[in-house]
Design a protein around this ligand. Sequence first.
Ligand code: AMP
Length: 504
Amino acid sequence: MTHDIHPAPQEAMGVNPWRNRKLSRRVYPKATPRLVGVKLWSGVHEECGIFGVYGHPEATNLTYLGLYALQHRGQEGSGICSSDGRHLFLEKSRGLVADIFNEKRLRRLPGHIAIGHNRYSTAGSSILKNVQPIVANFALGTLAIAHNGNLVNALKLRASLEDEGAIFQSTSDSEVIVHLIAHSKGDFYERVLHALKQISGAFSLLILREKELIAVRDPYGVRPLSLGMKDGAYIVASETCAFDLIGAIYIRDIEPGEVLIIGEEGLRSLRLLNSTRRAFCVFEFIYFSRPDSNIFGGVNVNEMRKEFGRQLARESHTEADLVIPVPDSGVPAAIGFSEESKIPFDFGLIRNHYVGRTFIEPKHSIRHFGVKIKLNPVRKLLEGKRLVVIDDSIVRGTTSKKIVKMLREGGGAAGVHLMISSPPTIGPCFYGIDTPTRKELIASTHLIEEVRKYITADSLAYLSLEGLKKIVPDPQDYCTACFDNNYPLSFPGEHLEQMDLLFR
Ligand code: AMP
């Protein structure tokens, strides 16, 4: 059977439309929600970073720094909501943390409690109203919410909430949680538990109220969330790299299924439903988390990536002169591969770290500009050499194809053997990693040899799923759905194809 491969159109790289339109909002308890027409809700993919502080006079500044350290988890927009014990204050915009916040803006966020959120860029949803924290008023006061993850039953919940008269301001599934809390009965904690028991999917959450901070992790623990401490104040962050920047110490992870209330009386833990299994996202190790972070019970991401590279070298022997990484995410695996295979390592592709969204791409004059602006081969190093090139994953295949071409034409490589430090990506993620639809995932519709031909490499190898599971501690506790279509959290009675449709 033959397959046509249609590379995805190059990412549009026009002028950043929001750079000069910094919007801010101060939220007072009496603010009324605005009606914004939501015609069609297509499911927004939340692949984000969250950070919170309780009990520090510099809560906002620490949150700003925390978001800075978590910038890799989301570049579409950021926000901080603080509390001085009586009122909540909100500042949020689209763009990068460093561009959004300045001293003046941070001064508008007083208080000793704060939460922050970085939102990931995904097509069709880059609108300010989807930038978090989301702030809402309800019967018991005001609350702000920052969410990392994706709910799998948000569409159904949203439809029934709308039937009951709820008016949504955004297309983000995180707003469903806000409405569920507002529609529940009882005291605040009863409402939170009642709301959270109705949602299904991946959620690491921070909820801010006037006098407390609540950290929640879904019963499967899909996304990471850690608790730390600085100067006697509690800190919560998606990844521990954010603790390092502010000089906080790591205490422990928020447990899967835990609702941790941080308030004037200290810490108090409530439990959501007990889960029958864990489903930590293995892709956090492969691509998403920063290598200097320790996640899922203190496992270092750099170590994991190096071990993936070692295992890949054990599985796929190749005659070559040099191992080079596709920077940055391929670097630790390439070091591991080189150590195991004894093939020397070097940086054969140099990355420009200052590529933002603001430059204007020339129309026709320069070919493959999108990759060239980011990566450039070191010809003096590569010329005439047989290369092992390590990247962390192939999604659509467009990046790899351009890199192989660049290494041959610009770098003068004599051979290009592409080695991927994860198994073939065959399933989209419904829990918060932004992967395209199944039919766009090249490995889901093509044999490995067909992918090799498409990207024009001399050889192509992936880490085996068995190899990956050998490296990851307690692999039964991980979600590997993107590699084996084994989805731990699905709609009851619904099929994968329907989920594909619902989520796109
Ligand atoms: P593609 O050109 O679609 O095959 O993309 C492959 C590249 O995207 C690899 O270099 C990965 O490091 C990177 N990548 C993998 N997953 C993601 C993701 N969720 N978001 C952004 N980039 C990714």
